[in-house]
Design a binder for this molecule. Structure first.
Ligand code: ATP
Length: 284
C-alpha cells in the first residue's frame, strides 16, 4: 500500500525570544501559520525492516540525518514496528530557508506512518514524539495557526488569520538556525513584538492590524549578517506588500498582500534580482 501526506511550509507572524534557558534552549513566543507551498511524501511499506529515503532534491541528506528518516526510526522503535518503509520526498519547500521544511517532512512522516501502520497514535502523542525531533515539529504535526511557547513545543491552537496572498522570496544563501540563535543576545533585545496584540488582531480578523503587528527578534541578527535580506525586505515594502517580515531565522522574507492586483508588480520587481520567489496563499 502507498500513502501520500502533504508537508506545508510554516511562516512566523511573530517570533519573540524571552530569555536563554539554563538548558541552552531559548524561551520563545511564536505565532505560526501554514502556507500552501508544500513538500509531498509518498510512503510505501517494505517487508524488510529498513528505512529508505529518496528525493529529487539533490542537496538534502538521505541518510539518518534526514528528519523524515528520524521520524520513521522514532515511531518504529517506540511502537516496536518490525516492518520497513520507503519514503520519497518530493521537495518544494526551499531548504534551510526559515520555512521549517525539514520539520514539516518529519511531522508528515509521523502522521503518515501512523496511518500506514494503523497505530492509532493520538495527535497529542505524535506532538510529543515530534518534540524529540525538533522544536518546530509539534506545530507541523497539528498545522493550522498556533501560539507556541516554551522552546516552541507548547502549543495553543488559535483561529486562522483571514485569507490573503503570501509572497515568499529566498535569497541564495543558507542560514543556520543554530548560528543565528548562537549570535542572539537575548538579554539585549530592546524591542519585543507584542504577542497579545497579534492574537487580538487575528481574533478580530483584522488584516491591517496583523500586518502592523508582524515582528521577529531574529531579524536583527540575520540582517546584520546578510545585508541582502534587508534589501529584500525593503524591496518588498517598496513594491507594495501590506506587511513584510523575515520568517524564522531566515533568510526567506514573506510579504502579506490582500489585493491580487498588486501581485504582478511585487513578483516581477523581486524576480529582477531574486531567483526564488513564490506566490502562495495562507492555508486557512
Ligand atoms: P527551521 O525554520 O525549522 O529552522 P529551515 O527551513 O530553516 O528550518 P530546513 O529546510 O528544515 O531548514 O533544513 C535545515 C537543515 O536540515 C538542512 O541543512 C538540511 O540538510 C537538513 N534536513 C534534514 N532533513 C531534511 C528534510 N527532510 N528536508 C530538508 N532539509 C532537511
Amino acid at each position: 500500500m502507498k500513502i501520500y501526506e502533504k508537508a506545508p511550509a510554516k511562516i512566523n507572524l511573530l517570533l519573540d525570544v524571552l530569555r536563554k534557558r539554563e538548558d541552552g534552549f531559548h524561551e520563545v513566543e511564536m505565532i505560526m501559520t501554514m502556507v500552501d507551498l508544500a513538500d509531498r511524501l509518498e510512503m510505501e511499506e517494505l517487508p524488510r525492516d529498513t528505512i529508505i529515503i529518496s528525493s529529487q532534491a539533490g542537496y538534502i541528506p538521505l541518510d539518518e540525518k534526514n528528519l523524515a528518516f528520524q521520524a520513521a526510526k522514532l515511531i518504529k522503535d517506540r511502537y516496536d514496528v518490525r516492518k520497513g518503509v520507503y519514503i520519497h520526498l518530493d521537495k518544494k519547500i526551499p531548504v534551510a530557508a526559515g520555512l521549517a521544511g525539514g520539520s514539516s517532512d518529519a511531522a508528515a512522516a509521523l502522521r503518515g506512518l501512523n496511518r500506514l501502520w494503523q497505530l492509532n497514535i493520538p495527535e497529542e502523542e505524535l506532538c510529543r514524539l515530534g518534540a524529540e525531533l525538533g522544536s518546530d515539529v509539534p506545530f507541523c504535526v497539528t498545522g493550522g495557526t498556533a501560539l507556541a511557547t516554551g522552546r516552541g513545543e507548547k502549543l495553543e491552537q488559535i483561529e486562522n488569520p483571514p485569507g490573503c496572498w503570501v509572497v515568499l522570496a529566498k535569497p541564495p544563501i543558507n542560514v543556520s538556525t543554530a548560528d543565528v540563535y548562537g549570535k542572539l543576545r537575548a538579554n539585549e533585545i530592546t524591542s519585543h513584538p507584542q504577542a497579545k496584540d497579534m492574537l487580538s488582531a487575528i481574533r478580530h480578523g483584522d488584516f491591517h492590524a496583523i500586518c502592523d503587528g508582524l515582528g521577529n527578534v531574529l531579524e536583527k541578527v540575520t540582517l546584520e549578517l546578510y545585508p541582502e535580506v534587508l534589501q529584500l525586505k525593503e524591496s518588498m515594502q517598496r513594491l507594495g506588500a501590506d506587511g513584510v517580515l523575515m520568517s524564522g531565522s531566515g533568510p526567506t522574507v514573506f510579504g502579506l498582500v490582500s489585493k491580487e492586483a498588486k501581485l504582478a508588480r511585487i513578483y516581477n520587481g523581486l524576480r529582477g534580482f531574486c531567483k526564488e520567489v513564490y506566490v502562495v496563499r495562507l492555508l486557512t
